[in-house]
Ligand binder design. Structure first.
Ligand code: DC
Length: 228
C-alpha cells in the first residue's frame, strides 16, 4: 500500500458497466468517500450551458475560462457535494441537454486540465473510491487498487433502461445498445485520456454477476491490501 493511511481505489469502464453504483456501494461498505468523476464533467457542462456559451465555441475556451466557471466541489463524510453557481446539483446533471453535450466537453484539453486538478485535490487524503474513464490511468496512476469493469453491450443497455424505471423490450435494448456503442466509441477514440484499461487493473466482467457479487469482488480486493 502507498504511504496514505487510507487507500485510493479506482473503477474505470465503459458506459453502463455499473461503475458509479458499484463505486458508491463499495465506498459505503468501506467507510470511504465516493468520487463520481462523470458528475464533474457533467457539472462543467451544465455551467457552460447555463452561461449560454454556444457549444460550437467551447473548443476555444482557455484554461482561465474553465477555471473561472462557477463550480465547487466540497468533501462531505461519505461523498462530495457539487455546486454550480452556488446551488447543489444532482438530478440536473443527468438532464438530456447535459447528457447530449458532455462528450464534447470531455474531449476538450482545457476542461480535462481543470478537472484533473479538482479530482487530485479530492483524492489527496485517500479513503476514496473514484469512478470514471481515466481514474486509474491518468488521475490516480498510483492508486492502491485499480478495477476495470466490463459487461456485454446488450446487458449494459438493459441495465441502463431498467435504472431509469423502464421494463425494456428487445427493441428498446437494441436501440439503447446503439447509443451506448456510440458513447464507447467517442470515449475510446478521444485523443486525450481515452477510455483505456490500466495495465495493472483487475478486470471484472459483470455480465453474469449480480450487484452484490460485483460489489463484493471489489471490496475483497481492497481488504486484501490489509493482509500481509
Ligand atoms: O459516467 P458519465 O456518463 O456520467 O460520464 C459523462 C461523460 O464524461 C462521458 O462522456 C464520459 C466523460 N468522462 C470522462 O471523459 N472521464 C471521466 N473520468 C469520467 C467521465
Amino acid at each position: 500500500m502507498n504511504k496514505l493511511a487510507q487507500p485510493v481505489v479506482t473503477l474505470d469502464g465503459p458506459a453502463g458497466s455499473g461503475k458509479s453504483t458499484t463505486a458508491k456501494e463499495v465506498a459505503r461498505r468501506l467507510g470511504f468517500r465516493h468520487l463520481d468523476s462523470g458528475a464533474l464533467y457533467r457539472a462543467l457542462t451544465l455551467a457552460l450551458l447555463e452561461e449560454g456559451t454556444p457549444p460550437a465555441q467551447w473548443v476555444d475556451l482557455t484554461d482561465e475560462d474553465m477555471d473561472g466557471l462557477p463550480i465547487r466541489v466540497s468533501s462531505r463524510e461519505a461523498d462530495f457535494v457539487i455546486e454550480v453557481a452556488g446551488r447543489v446539483v444532482q438530478a440536473e446533471l443527468r438532464s438530456p441537454s447535459v447528457t447530449e453535450h458532455v462528450a464534447l466537453l470531455a474531449s476538450l484539453p482545457a476542461a480535462r486540465r481543470c478537472l484533473l486538478y479538482l479530482q487530485q485535490v479530492a483524492g489527496e487524503k485517500g479513503g476514496l473510491v473514484a469512478d470514471g474513464r481515466d481514474m486509474g490511468s491518468v488521475v490516480f496512476p498510483e492508486a492502491d487498487v485499480k478495477v476495470y469493469l466490463v459487461a456485454d453491450l446488450h446487458e449494459r443497455a438493459r441495465r441502463r433502461l431498467e435504472e431509469s424505471g423502464i421494463s425494456p423490450s428487445n427493441v428498446d435494448v437494441e436501440r439503447e445498445s446503439k447509443v451506448i456503442a456510440e458513447r464507447d466509441r467517442q470515449d475510446s477514440e478521444r485523443e486525450l485520456s481515452p477510455l483505456r484499461e490500466p495495465s495493472n487493473a483487475h478486470r471484472i466482467d459483470t455480465t453474469s454477476l449480480n450487484f452484490n457479487e460485483q460489489v463484493e469482488e471489489v471490496v475483497a480486493l481492497v481488504e486484501a491490501l490489509y493482509v500481509d
